[in-house]
Write a protein that binds this ligand. Structure first.
Ligand SMILES: Nc1ccn([C@@H]2O[C@H](COP(=O)(O)O)[C@@H](O)[C@H]2O)c(=O)n1
Length: 288
């Protein structure tokens, strides 16, 4: 069941849906323009958000930005017929995807070569109801390298390339006057091209970049909007973990031991599952 919400005076969202891996879509509405953050994973996903915005009487999007190239954020692009802003690498990757003839064999080949995962294949099959020939990919047409600002009338969205493990082209979008930072999936581990990983240096540098905004609300594409306090509380656990990896290197037992102490876990109390997985991702990210 799709869930829509006006999360502030100027921001409307369609929340993430996990069954077919639909990320959150957002519309930032200024006096004179509306910016759409991410295009969705399919025409159906895009249409659902557009219909909600119409129903709410919101000014329709004038321009879109992609937080990164992954299918779930970009394959709905064609449905919107909008000028689309993307980082240079995002545009390059989607140009390549746009040239493919999409069908089950193409997706099978992309899985075999590690460009996407078997889980993505399943998510695509679910979203496209088994017919992968319905996939349409379009290339973005406004390309930037490091920063671009979009003025919406009384609101400025600062788009910034940050990279990271999840996708080499990840960007964040800061809605300055609202103090809201859209993180896309920038803080997540890698998902394609080998075992999932976090690279300690990249992860800590990214956290510094994120903290420097001093945002009041932080939004990850597959999560719920969080207050600064909630977000810092959650991500701080990963920061502690990354610092233990810097200290102990390829010694997961020592990492876990000291992390448990820092988190104040009692003897016998299980390490939260997400952190146990993340230890493995950080180990995968260490140089061989
Ligand atoms: N642990 C995971 C998480 C996600 N995937 C697949 O990758 C796609 C892109 O990742 P996002 O975080 O951008 O959603 C996603 O749609 C999943 O199909 C994965 O294989 N393993």
């Amino acid at each position: 069941m799709s869930e829509f919400e006006r999360i502030s005076e100027h921001i409307y969202v369609m929340h993430a849906e996990h069954d077919t891996d639909r990320p959150m879509l957002a519309a930032v509405v200024g006096h004179s323009r509306t910016l759409l953050i991410d295009g969705g994973n399919s025409a159906a996903h895009a249409a659902a958000f557009r219909e909600y915005l119409e129903k709410e009487g919101v000014r329709p999007p004038d321009v879109m930005v992609l937080t990164h190239h992954h299918w779930d954020h970009s394959f709905g692009l064609a449905e919107w017929s909008l000028p689309t802003i993307a980082q240079k690498k995002t545009a390059e990757i989607l140009r390549g995807f746009a040239e493919l003839k999409w069908n089950a064999d193409t997706v099978e080949r992309l899985v075999a070569e590690g460009t996407i995962s078997g889980r993505t294949q399943n998510d695509m099959l679910a979203e496209y109801e088994g017919d992968l020939t319905r996939i349409r990919v379009e290339e973005p047409n406004i390309v930037f390298e490091r920063f671009i600002d979009v003025h919406l009338g009384g609101l400025t969205c600062e788009i910034r390339y940050v990279g990271g493990d999840h996708a080499e082209d990840s960007c964040v979008v800061y809605v300055k006057e609202e103090g809201t930072l859209f993180l896309g999936d920038a803080l997540a581990q890698s998902v394609y091209g080998g075992p999932m990983k976090y690279t300690t240096g990249k992860f800590l540098a990214l956290l510094d970049t994120v903290f420097a905004y001093g945002a009041n609300v932080l939004v990850e594409s597959h999560g719920r909007p969080m207050s600064r306090e909630e977000f810092y509380g959650d991500v701080r656990r990963y920061e502690l973990l990354a610092r233990q990896v810097l200290r102990h290197g390829r010694n997961p037992e020592a990492v876990e031991h000291d992390l448990r102490a820092e988190l104040g876990l009692a003897e016998g109390e299980a390490l939260p599952e997400d952190l146990a997985e993340a230890i493995q991702y950080f180990m995968n990210g260490l140089d061989k």
